[in-house]
Design a protein around this ligand. Sequence first.
Ligand code: PLP
Ligand code: CA
Length: 309
Amino acid sequence: AGPRLCRRLEGEAARAVLANADTLLFDCDGVLWRGDTAISGAPAALGRLAAAGKRLCYVTNNSGRTRVAYTEKLRRLGFPPAEPRHIFGTAFCAARYLRQALPPGAAAYVLGGPALAAELEAVGIPHLGPGPAALPGPAPADWAKAPLDPAVRAVLVGFDEHFSYAKLCQALRYLLQNPDCLLVGTNRDHRLPLEGGAAIPGTGCLVKAVETAAQREAFIVGKPNRFMFDCVASEFQVDPARTIMVGDRLDTDILMGNSCGLTTLLTLTGVTALDEVQAHLDSDCPARHSLVPDYYVDSIADLLPALGE
Ligand code: PLP
Ligand code: CA
């Protein structure tokens, strides 16, 4: 295969690379859409890939949507129909991780939204915490007197727009109460980019807050951890040598794809510019070479010519 060189995927090479793949894993935000708007030409490109018999899966670090909600978003934006089992978001994958790691009947204290709660319910894990914190009194000293549920054996941290000091207190209390209490984070994305260079803090900030309080490192479900790929591989027969990971972020999508032996394709419609790749390529540090994709495109719409017509 040779070293990864981040070559533009076009022409005959694009046809050959796509012909050799039977599965494509798509990161979502920055690849298929930005916010609520499809990337121009992306629905058509995925339509052609589906028509060519490729298996399409969706691998996203966003814990704010259930599998079912992703199938609806894909349909609404004109992408080919997907079933919930093709969607691997960190809400679903975190629930799956806890299902295997927790004893039956154990509960999770959750910093997150309704999607995390729904995916935990779907695998039968009792949970408490989602939504605004219920404050037992006006001062932090009162919060530390709130009752603890003895069934809680894990603290799960995802995207939580109601994150608060009170919740942080409660998470720490569960982690201190039981040294075997698991600490799990959905992902470490530090920022969520908005249009025009603006950004909002990502889930990584919330995971770090709990890690700092507890002085423990969380297990991270999302990319770049290969746990996400293992979730895909446990649902479908996937041959890494015939699988392409398409993403817009080097330290999550591309790193996971490279570590799992997949062909990696960077698209420039999201958070990464080509000069960042060049800096990794020029570096003497071998670890930085795992951030270099095999190929890049300006947009996945550029795959259309290689898919015929
Ligand atoms: N986490 C949250 C809460 C998000 O809203 C997003 C993107 O919208 C992401 C993570 C990154 O998602 P992806 O892995 O699909 O780029
Ligand atoms: Ca992305």
